[in-house]
Design a protein around this ligand. Structure first.
Ligand code: FE2
Length: 280
């Protein structure tokens, strides 16, 4: 069957915001510009070498009903939670946390100076899994799979599989996620097969991509939402680094309440009540 190559559907520049204790960031998903891209509920990009813009970190806060994924490009963050997990994520490392029925955690910079850069991605859980036990998957940079089949380029696979059959370490049976950090040398082309109806986006950290060698482009610090289709084909204009994510949409009702994402308003009220009564 001939591949249907995805087109660029729209460009999101994001909204500057602060979260946690005053951490500056750009909200790319989860803002009026793009409320969600089912099952992606939120994407924050943080990138600053101004210590006052990150030193407050993200002190203790709860989550219920979805997964939080922290991927660091530069710097170090220490995470800690009320289930006894603690560790430091460094550049190129990922923490993939399934909040399930509830967790309280903190993520604090483990540095007093220098660049802190990375992403926080929220991925929804199906209704049947929202009250499951919390779970963790954490991988340092050297445990992230690498596909070096494209000359002078590196594909780092956190989740999902490249067309060469190289799979990332993260396991997820809910939405078949693909999450890759790709550095393409100028002029190189990257192709990736995907389920035709999965939602997909690309965020360019540096450089510029053209979609399937057309006039459609995604530039530095832009998020491009892709149309449906069975293949993604991009070409690097100059040396380009980008994040590619795709996942199966849940098509379920979404009720948001700050750090909780459930299916109904009543479940959100219950979440606040459970949290306030120390049931997390
Ligand atoms: Fe969090």
């Amino acid at each position: 069957m001939k591949a249907k190559i995805r087109k660029l559907q729209n460009i999101i520049s994001g909204t500057p915001t602060t979260d946690g204790d005053g951490v500056t960031m750009t909200r790319l998903i989860g803002s009026p510009e793009l409320n969600m891209l089912d099952p992606f509920l939120l994407l924050d990009a943080f990138e600053t070498d101004q210590v006052n813009d990150y030193i407050g970190g993200f002190p203790d806060h709860p989550h219920r009903g979805f997964e939080t994924v922290t991927y660091l490009i530069a710097g170090q963050m220490r995470h800690k939670d009320n289930a006894g997990h603690e560790g430091v994520i460094e550049a190129g490392g990922v923490q993939w946390m399934t909040a399930g029925k509830g967790i309280i955690h903190s993520e604090m910079p483990e540095q007093q100076a220098g660049l802190l850069q990375g992403f926080q991605l929220w991925i929804n859980l199906p209704a049947s899994e929202k009250m499951s036990a919390p779970a963790y998957q954490e991988f340092p940079a050297d445990k992230i799979a690498v596909d070096s089949s494209i000359e002078d380029s590196v594909i780092r696979i956190i989740a999902g599989q490249t067309d060469n059959g190289i799979s990332g370490p993260v396991k997820n049976n809910f939405v078949n996620p693909l999450y890759m950090d790709i550095s393409l040398a100028a002029g190189q082309v990257f192709k990736q097969s995907v389920d035709g109806t999965d939602n997909a986006f690309i965020y360019v950290l540096e450089g510029e991509l053209s979609i399937n060698d057309t006039q459609q482009k995604i530039s530095s610090r832009q998020l491009g939402v892709l149309s449906e289709g069975t293949a993604i084909v991009v070409k690097a204009k100059g040396d380009t680094r980008f994040i590619l994510a795709a996942a199966r949409p849940l098509h379920e009702p979404v009720a948001r309440g700050g750090p909780f994402v459930m299916n109904t308003k009543a479940e959100i009220i219950q979440a606040f009540e459970d949290f306030q009564n120390n049931r997390f």
